[in-house]
Design a protein around this ligand. Structure first.
Ligand code: C2E
Ligand code: MG
Ligand code: MG
Ligand code: MG
Length: 285
């Protein structure tokens, strides 16, 4: 009857519900274990100067090296780490790994370029981010100018962390600040002006539409706005030569994307970016 069917579907949903909770708990346990065992590794993706062609900096992007399962990308585990607060611990491990890498590169004579590190809003609200950066800089003897922090535009708006004094303090330490995934987070011009950030990263979604009608106008206005506020502009997700050329024509300062290089392990780093990339003008020494 309808009554027993109803009961059956209730049980069905109930068991699905508990199954979902169990899966979540298992994943959380697995992530805790992964943090304890230091299974997270950092890959690096170059940010290329569109006028000169050289690598101006690199972004640190975390991956989970699961034994027997290869690499898992951050979109698969960052949300749960954020929900559980474990992102604070991951953030510490990533920053530590980046600093150790910088020291290693310095020791073996590899050209040093600044590294930008993604920081989650939870790290601002639930940990002392200023102390974290101050400590690693001191511990590793790192030039603070070699570190940059990326915060997404949307997290800045959601958590109201844009209002926080910590950005000024980080800037006073000598660390550069970058607003990530710009164009997806609805910040206002006045908010942007108050932030005093150094770099604005245009979200990949806009670069994807650059060849569509008005797609270039949108990017041109973002570049004009960022430059008016004294920020350097980086386009993310540059995948083709055409996109790279259009961005250069529009006055975009730097590009990042598969066209230049995928994120790679530190040992495979190409300090000069992608070889086929020919800058229009040969930079003067
Ligand atoms: P994001 O900071 O916006 O990083 C850029 C993402 O775009 C990276 O994905 C990168 O691999 C990818 N990408 C780069 N070039 C291209 C391209 O040409 N085409 C396409 N389709 N994609 C491109 P990934 O590595 O999967 O990271 C995803 C997000 O995870 C990052 O987005 C960032 O928000 C977050 N994330 C990564 N590492 C960390 C970390 O250490 N801490 C925190 N809190 N978040 C991180
Ligand atoms: Mg980023
Ligand atoms: Mg981004
Ligand atoms: Mg993103």
């Amino acid at each position: 009857s309808a009554k027993t069917e109803g009961k059956g579907s209730y049980r069905f949903f109930q068991s699905r519900f508990f199954e979902a909770i169990r899966t979540r708990l298992e994943t959380e346990l697995e992530l805790r274990r992964a943090l304890d065992l230091h299974q997270f590794v950092v890959h690096y993706q170059p940010r290329v100067d569109l006028a000169g062609g050289g690598t101006s900096s690199m972004e640190a992007l975390v991956r989970w090296e699961r034994p027997g399962q290869g690499l898992t990308g951050p979109d698969r585990f960052i949300p749960l780490l954020e929900e559980t607060g474990l992102i604070v611990q991951l953030g510490e491990q990533v920053l530590d790994s980046v600093c150790r890498q910088l020291v290693e590169w310095a020791a073996d004579g590899t050209t040093l370029v600044p590294v930008s590190v993604n920081v989650s809003p939870r790290q601002f609200s639930q940990s002392d981010i200023l102390a974290l950066f101050r400590d690693v800089i001191e511990r590793y003897g790192i030039d603070p100018a070699l570190l940059e922090i990326e915060v997404t535009e949307s997290s800045m708006m959601q958590e109201g962390i844009g209002e926080s004094a910590v950005f000024r303090q980080l800037r006073e330490l000598g660390i550069k600040l970058c607003i990530d995934d710009f164009g997806t987070g609805y910040s206002s011009l006045s908010q942007l002006q108050k932030l005093h950030f150094d770099v604005l990263k245009i979200d990949r979604a806009f670069v994807l539409r650059i060849e569509h009608p008005d797609g270039d106008a949108l990017i041109a206005s973002m570049i004009a706005m960022a430059h008016a506020l004294g920020m350097k502009v980086v386009a993310e997700g540059v995948e083709s030569r055409k996109q790279m050329q259009l961005l250069r024509t529009l006055g975009c300062d730097e590009g990042q994307g598969y066209f230049f290089s995928h994120p790679v392990p530190p040992g495979e780093r190409q300090p000069e970016g992608r070889r086929e990339f020919q800058p229009p003008i040969t930079p003067k020494p």
